[in-house]
Design a protein. Structure first.
Length: 158
């Protein structure tokens, strides 16, 4: 049995008494108290969620926009800097490999967030597809930064 990956916040989850579970190969908090209490807290106040298990793949360089345009159903190269877009990566037969969120961080810099269970698939597909392209201004580099980052989300009215 493979050892579970752990997010940068695993010690805080343990200290706060989280019930941990295997989620897509990661040790993730399932709950801290009861489902009902946590639901009410988020609906009335706020809840902070550790999403660090989500794949975080950087696509950078002069060919980054072209590589993503050729790999996804949207055109990330047309996004304004600072914007994000929900998109899909399709298989050759038209089936969905994964749904993603792409952030345009700078002119030649993007962050692709994929589902945890598809991290290696998306990274490998982006790399393979970029390798088939001709880049007149320079190539795209694709780097999986998932294991070196944290990703948090907050929900609720406060």
């Amino acid at each position: 049995m493979a050892e579970l990956l752990e997010t940068a916040l695993i010690n805080q989850h343990r200290e706060l008494g989280a019930s941990l579970t295997d989620f897509a190969g990661w040790s993730m908090p399932l709950r801290y108290s009861s489902d009902r209490a946590e639901h009410a807290a988020v609906r009335k106040h706020a809840g902070l969620f550790d999403l660090s298990h989500m794949a975080q793949i950087e696509v950078e360089g002069p060919g980054a926009g072209a590589a993503l345009d050729a790999s996804l159903v949207t055109q990330p190269s047309q996004m304004e800097i600072g914007r994000a877009r929900y998109t899909l990566m399709l298989a050759q037969d038209g089936g969905i490999l994964d749904d993603l969120i792409v952030y345009r961080l700078a002119v030649d810099s993007y962050l692709v967030v994929a589902n945890a269970s598809n991290r290696l698939l998306v990274r490998d597909e982006l790399t393979a597809r970029a390798d088939t392209l001709e880049f007149p201004d320079g190539r795209a580099s694709i780097t999986d930064t998932t294991l070196h980052r944290a990703l948090m989300a907050i929900q609720g009215p406060r």
